[in-house]
Ligand binder design. Structure first.
Ligand SMILES: [Fe+2]
Ligand SMILES: [Fe+2]
Length: 345
């Protein structure tokens, strides 16, 4: 199975030997896993932070550092990720905002607020900041999200605020009902912007909600995640059909979910999206990543072709996806911290 971009790696409590794949051979370190986060050494942290922020590095190298840092906690990794949200690469900036949301780090809120308010930034970055604020779930953010929902010029940002507000409300209600903390991580290890619709709904019912342009965005997302969690043929078919929906935000999430499912049945539809220069770069980006997860020979050829796309969000997505595949195929981990074959150099 190819790795997916949005999955925060989780491992048990085993120790992993660290080797920086030849970049820092002096750094052979044991990284300990603790509750989805890792204890690292100051040298390793420094190396990862520098690599993330080093604009002279290839984009895939910077992503390797980003994917490693998202498993660490503390001021160093947080600061580096916060700085990365201001990067000139919109792809890297949006991924850093996404990672901070998945980490549900309250300390990231002020920077995410700044990003959301800054209309000069690309909507993909502002969208991810809004989604991260929803994932963190801090109630104090509700007035800003309401204001953005009402007044923001970018429809994808408005729609994300609608989801984030609903998510915060749902979380609060769930807490009030039984006083228990509900599990927020999906079977795919992502903190999703909406909870999946009830298990009692049929695939046909879910399909109807997902495809209905009059339905609220939260309901459509909930149907999408419920269909993904089923993952059988008819469910995947319904998900693929929703790629023709009107909302770019929904289409990008659908492409992302198809990447999580890694189902070859989606290859043709995803390829069409990547080829479509008029499609929103946020959707083409998710399509590229999803094709990288599916990784059949046509998808790989297409990713190679689109590393030349004039839109950097698209070309860089293809570069990162190809690099992840290359690591996977050679049996190595894309992330610095998790080598499938621990080795000491
Ligand atoms: Fe997104
Ligand atoms: Fe993304």
């Amino acid at each position: 199975m190819a790795p997916t971009l949005r999955t925060i790696s989780t491992v048990g409590r085993e120790a992993f030997l660290f080797s920086a794949l030849g970049f820092h051979t002096e750094l052979s370190i044991v990284a300990m896993a603790f509750e989805n986060s890792f204890e690292s050494t100051p040298e390793m942290e420094k190396f990862l932070c520098q690599r993330l922020l080093d604009r002279s590095q290839p984009i895939a190298e910077r992503f390797r550092a980003l994917f490693s840092l998202r498993n660490l906690r503390g001021p160093g990794p947080r600061e580096a990720l916060l700085l990365a949200t201001k990067d000139s690469s919109n792809l890297l900036a949006h991924e850093a905002a996404f990672a901070l949301g998945q980490m549900q780090d309250l300390e990231a809120v002020p920077t995410l607020v700044e990003i959301l308010k800054d209309h000069s930034l690309h909507p993909i970055v502002r969208h991810e900041a809004a989604e991260a604020l929803g994932a963190i779930g801090f109630e104090g953010i509700v007035p800003l999200l309401e204001n953005t929902l009402a007044l923001d010029p970018a429809v994808e940002v408005k729609e994300t605020c609608e989801l984030a507000l609903r998510r915060i409300r749902e979380k609060k209600n769930a807490g009030n009902e039984d006083g228990q903390c509900h599990v927020e991580t999906s079977p795919f290890l992502s903190v999703d912007p909406a909870l999946p619709a009830s298990l009692s709904s049929s695939v046909e019912q879910l399909r109807e909600v997902l495809l209905c342009e009059e339905e609220g965005m939260y309901e459509r997302y909930s149907a999408l995640f419920a269909l993904r969690n089923r993952g059988d043929g008819p469910a995947v078919g319904a998900i693929i059909d929703s790629l023709s929906g009107k909302s770019a935000l929904l289409r990008h999430e659908v492409a992302y979910v198809l990447g999580q499912l890694q189902n070859k049945a989606a290859s043709a539809a995803l390829s069409q999206i990547l080829r479509n220069a008029n499609e929103h770069p946020m959707v083409r980006h998710e399509a590229a990543e999803a094709l990288g997860s599916i990784a059949d020979s046509e998808s790989v050829a297409l990713l190679k072709e689109f590393t030349m796309d004039p839109e950097p969000i698209v070309s860089q997505s293809c570069e990162v996806a190809l690099s992840m595949l290359e690591f996977e195929r050679s049996g190595k981990s894309f992330e610095y911290l998790f080598l499938q074959t621990p080795q000491v150099q």
